[in-house]
Design a binder for this molecule. Structure first.
Ligand code: HEM
Length: 484
């Protein structure tokens, strides 16, 4: 017994019943990083009665996500998310198996793959045009804007139009209903449910989630059923409408020869994933990038010069320009290194595994602290400094002199996770982040008095503690951009 115990990863002193829950406040990835500085890069905590192994170095992340990948392909069950996603009928929480493989293939080939992203490019360009136009109006009236709020509206509109052909704008009641409902659901899904952490409370609803979950899922279900019926009706009539993600899902749903028949619950849960995983993550990344640029005027100036010389001032930067803008790419990589908007990647072990000499039993929760990997001093020089040049002539280049890629090959830089369960929305997110940030740099000067605070607030997608509120000053007029 003693020998078995001694092979478990080290663990801090715990409290009865709650285990190490008290150590995770206020911001879990920061608290876990602090523990790793004394216990080392692999340690074990108990979230109530649930064991959870935390990995905080690129080498250990590689062991888990690559060397022993097949033992860590599931996600831990979270009671609230499980209820909201119709019993994990979605993509994010689906257990690794035939259904997950089917939807992953669909994602890569049809739903979030290159051809669909190309087909929906005009939708993204139009929404970026609207956003810039709104910023230009603020600039003309010398009005201050809360940049984060505006970016959030933009990404919500992009995702909502790509998924459902609806905008999430304040003046369209139903579209706003989508945004409000999904926001409410994501907040509830991310809430920590004490009943599942403390084994003897598992049948109690300690925080009163039950009624709220039932109510919000019912409202979401009604709304989605209405939107599905409308889509089915519109498809029957033919016409000019651009095919959105729901149309593609309905085609597969109706395809009798499909290798797996999608259910309506699968469709509704997938749409929920796209909103939940795809909106705040992208807008918050752009917000972090802008705040770093405001605090580093030399970097902002270099970015402007690059865009002015490659794109000029007579047209807007577009997705197609990004391969020719290496400094802009370096800024986005440096932002995601320091501010990964999915700071903790959660997995569940499905079999007993040995990682770096320590036993990780089956059914252990795993957290990869992506936030800590990006700050590892053995891989990054002056890790806390925002310095995009490291991707131009520093340790951010690979042995062939290319910028390190963000798609999970380099374990010191894992903003989208790695391996089979890596983020399927990375291409969409990167298109959006580069183009929106590029256009914001090209079209406006963003000045604040003094320094922008860089503290994080608690929340799933690394929210900023301080909003960026400033008056944009126009450099070029984005108005010629066609906006319907
Ligand atoms: C900056 C933006 C984004 C970041 C930082 C991000 C990050 C992540 C991370 C870290 C994971 C876990 C990967 C792993 O376990 O290895 C993930 C999974 C996922 N992401 Fe993203 N993501 C972003 C944007 C998006 C977008 C735009 C979408 C969809 C439109 C999306 C959909 C998903 C889904 C469905 C999963 C679950 C995949 C699975 O379980 O197999 N994400 N994302």
């Amino acid at each position: 017994k003693t020998r078995t115990r001694s092979r478990l990863p080290p663990s801090p002193r715990s409290l009865p019943v709650i285990g190490h829950m008290h150590l995770l406040a206020p911001i879990p990835h920061q608290a876990l990083h602090k523990i790793s500085t004394s216990l080392g890069p692999l340690f074990l905590i108990y979230i109530g009665s649930n064991p959870c192994v935390v990995a905080s170095s690129p080498e250990i992340a590689q062991q888990i996500l690559k060397t022993h990948e097949s033992s860590f392909l599931n996600r831990p069950k979270m009671a609230n998310a499980d209820y909201l996603t119709y019993g994990s009928s979605d993509f994010t929480f689906a257990p690794y198996g035939p259904y997950w493989k089917f939807i992953k293939k669909l994602c890569m080939t049809r739903l979030l793959g290159g051809p669909t992203l190309d087909h929906l490019l005009p939708v993204r360009s139009e929404e970026i045009g609207r956003f810039l136009k709104a910023m230009f109006e603020k600039a003309t009236k010398k009005q201050a804007v809360d940049v984060g709020m505006e970016l959030m509206k933009l990404t919500n509109n992009v995702i909502s139009r790509m998924a459902l052909s609806r905008r999430c704008c304040d003046d369209e009641d139903e579209a706003d209903e989508v945004r409000t409902l999904v926001k409410e659901m994501c907040e509830l899904a991310g809430k920590f449910n004490l009943s599942e952490a403390i084994w003897f409370c598992k049948n109690l609803d300690l925080q009163g989630f039950g009624k709220r979950l039932k109510d919000v899922r019912e409202r979401y279900d009604e709304m989605m059923e209405r939107i599905i019926r409308e889509h089915q009706g519109a498809r029957g009539k033919g016409g000019e409408r651009v095919k959105d993600l729901l149309d593609i899902l309905l085609e597969i749903y109706e395809d009798e020869s499909s290798e797996i028949r999608l259910t309506r619950e699968n469709i509704k849960a997938f749409i929920m994933n796209v909103f939940g995983a795809g909106t705040d993550t992208s807008s918050t990344t752009i917000e972090w990038a802008l705040s770093e640029l405001i605090n580093h005027p030399d970097v902002m100036e270099k970015a402007k010069q690059e865009i002015d010389s490659v794109v000029g001032r007579s047209r807007l930067v577009s997705e197609l320009d990004v391969p020719n803008l290496p400094y802009l790419q370096a800024i986005v990589k440096e932002t995601l290194r320091l501010h990964p908007t999915g700071p903790l990647v959660a997995r569940l072990s499905t079999e007993d595994t040995v990682i770096c000499g320590y036993d990780v039993p089956a059914n252990t929760r795993i957290l990869i602290n992506v936030w800590a990997l990006g700050r590892d001093p053995t891989h990054w020089e002056n890790p806390l400094q925002f310095w995009p040049e490291r991707f131009i002539h520093g340790e951010g280049l690979d042995e062939k002199g290319r910028q390190l890629d963000l798609r999970g090959q380099n374990f010191q830089l894992l903003p989208f996770g790695s391996g089979r369960r890596t983020c399927p929305g990375a291409s969409l997110a990167l298109h959006l982040i580069h183009t929106v940030l590029g256009a914001m740099i090209q079209c406006f000067d963003w000045k604040v008095d003094g320094y922008v605070g860089m503290e994080e607030a608690p929340g799933l997608s690394l929210p900023r503690a301080h909003p960026i509120v400033c008056v944009p000053v126009a450099r070029i007029d984005p108005l010629p951009v066609p906006v319907k």
